[in-house]
Design a protein around this ligand. Structure first.
Ligand SMILES: [Zn+2]
Ligand SMILES: [Zn+2]
Length: 148
């Protein structure tokens, strides 16, 4: 791992401490794996990786750690239709596109609408905190495969 990745993790740990979260060696390892992988992941992805370092860890513990990170906004849950929950380490406001065929998920950074206008329109019923949009379609790889 390069030093910028390491700095990133230290900042996250500091943030978690400030939010009174207990830092366990398992949590640190999850942060390392997330930082190394870069992209979206499922709890099973993390579980398969972390077992190499902590052989006795359970999938449930991994879920608990991800939940903890989710509540402090470090990872974002991405709900995919009928499949395992995916997590996203991109802290910036963005949307997702999922490939209908291979289920690959990627980030979409587009400004779709004026969130303040939406908040205003909905304010009597909801206090909107966040939003995301999921696009569906066929990725490049699947389109090429489909054509051959
Ligand atoms: Zn695809
Ligand atoms: Zn994302």
């Amino acid at each position: 791992m390069d030093s910028s990745g390491l700095k990133d993790i230290n900042a996250k740990v500091e943030y978690l401490k400030k939010n009174k979260r207990r830092i366990t060696p398992q949590l640190l390892e999850v942060l390392r794996i997330i930082s190394r992988n870069g992209g979206h992941f499922t709890a099973s992805d993390i579980y398969n990786e972390i077992k190499k370092t902590f052989p006795s860890i359970s999938l449930n513990t991994v879920y608990c750690i991800l939940k903890k990170l989710n509540t402090v906004g470090d990872v974002q849950e991405v709900v995919t239709l009928g499949k395992e929950t995916n997590y996203c380490p991109n802290g910036k406001q963005h949307h997702h596109v999922i490939c209908t065929k291979c289920k690959k998920i990627e980030d979409v950074e587009l400004k779709l609408f004026d969130i303040n206008a939406v908040k205003k329109q909905m304010e009597t019923d909801y206090e909107i905190e966040n939003y995301s949009v999921m696009f569906n379609g066929f990725c490049k790889v699947c389109r090429v495969k489909g054509a051959s």
